[in-house]
Design a protein around this ligand. Sequence first.
Ligand code: ATP
Ligand code: MG
Length: 500
Amino acid sequence: MGEVRTYFAPWGEQRLAAELLERHCARCRALDLPYETTPEAMHAALAQVPRDRREAAEHAAQRAAHGLSQMFGWKPDDYSPPGATPFGPLLSSHHEHYAFWGGRGGMKSWGVADALIELASTRKERIAGAREHMVRIKESSKELLDEKARGSRWANDWQITEYELKNTRTGSVIFFVGLSGGAAGPEGVAKALEGITLLWTDEAQLVSQRSLDVILPTIHKAGSRCVWTWNPGQEPSPVDLMFRHTEPPERSLVTSLMLEDNPYIYRSRLMSECRSSFARGDTDTFRHVWRGAHLEVSDATVFPKVASGYFNFGALPCRGAGPNVHHLGGMDFGYGGPDPSAAVGLYLIMPGAFPSDVPEDECRPILYVANEGVAQAVPNHELWKLAGKTRCQGVLCDSAMPLMIDALNASGRVSARPAVKAPGSLHAGIRKLQSCDILVSPECPVALGELKGLRWVTDKTGKVVKPLRTIVEDHCVAAIRYALSEIEVSTLENGGVDYV
Ligand SMILES: Nc1ncnc2c1ncn2[C@@H]1O[C@H](COP(=O)(O)OP(=O)(O)OP(=O)(O)O)[C@@H](O)[C@H]1O
Ligand SMILES: [Mg+2]
């Protein structure tokens, strides 16, 4: 039998098995006491209540203890329990990659942050804290590292400024970068990473293949290493593929961490959230969020709800004009022969455009496909006519066809530019469409048919296969994706609210 794992009790320094703590917490809930109540005080309170309440509390305690093995029962196939000090190797081993992955709350970020502060407090390091996207410093791990440095026994050695942490004794520096690079581009990122001794990439499931291709050859100083922390995303990401699906790079240490590997869970709200999520009974979501699984997609239909009809702009207080209604055009070019080109004009109507009495939770953005043009074998000098069907001045186009974009611009009738082609852009683009309620004008039968018909690739048993791919990439859907390519998915998923 393996050793029984123990957790810090909410009421003091004691460490106990999860089953005992689950019983304690269930009794506290039944008695409406805080979890910090000591077992003595809780039992005293239990003795005071009427017998039926006492029995109900005991019953709840039994159920909670039993529920634990169900809740933590499922694990990804490649999970193996970590050692007693999963972050210890960061301080003492000679790996070149340290990869920590798992479900929420596995203490990945805190564990790495603690270890990095210790490293940088005891020897000279030049550390970059990276994320795929970091426009503002608030989007980095800086706050966590600041807190860890201030709370460490080397606190007096650390000088913390708005953008970096400096250790005045060891000369270590910790600074922060966004790998996707923003205006500076990949070259700017590579330059910023020159000479570092350690790169820590948190939320590494968001790292694109392009970023990996830039950073891996950049971290080349002898003795330098990369630390990766991530939760598996919707489907295998480049970092999953690098460490979990193929032979990992040389000298990699891959560690999986689940909630139950974190001894501090009973000192936080994580267990409450995890229990509530489990109780909701949505197994796929639970496993995705809490157990490090990729999200199962059980329905091969990509857009299950697509409506046909005219959008009533008159119902909007702004009548369709204003900052919450975007008019966008997109165009996909055919490769010749029967392969058609398609142009689509659409409106993206953000929740802010609706009258304020519409309940917020009913508000998803509306994607209204208003105009389309589809034609085969269009000569380059006539492409502008097709683009005109979008009824939109600016049109975002397939970036793989710069000559056709030039031809459109040469006509002087439309302003065409290449769509933003992010890595994984097919899936990212489809996610944007899935974040919206889609309405298609009856004047766009081709777009309607494509949107309704789009399916994920399935295996022989009908199960959707990962990574997600669609059966035939259709031209109108592609044109819609291009039209939306400059809009961030988070803008759509948050209903246009910027939470940063
Ligand atoms: N050393 C520690 N001391 C006290 N509490 C801790 C410690 N490590 C982790 N925790 C608690 O566990 C919580 C989860 O840890 P952390 O945020 O590091 O997990 P994670 O694996 O990065 O989670 P996510 O998957 O959400 O990013 C922390 O918010 C904190 O409450
Ligand atoms: Mg984290």
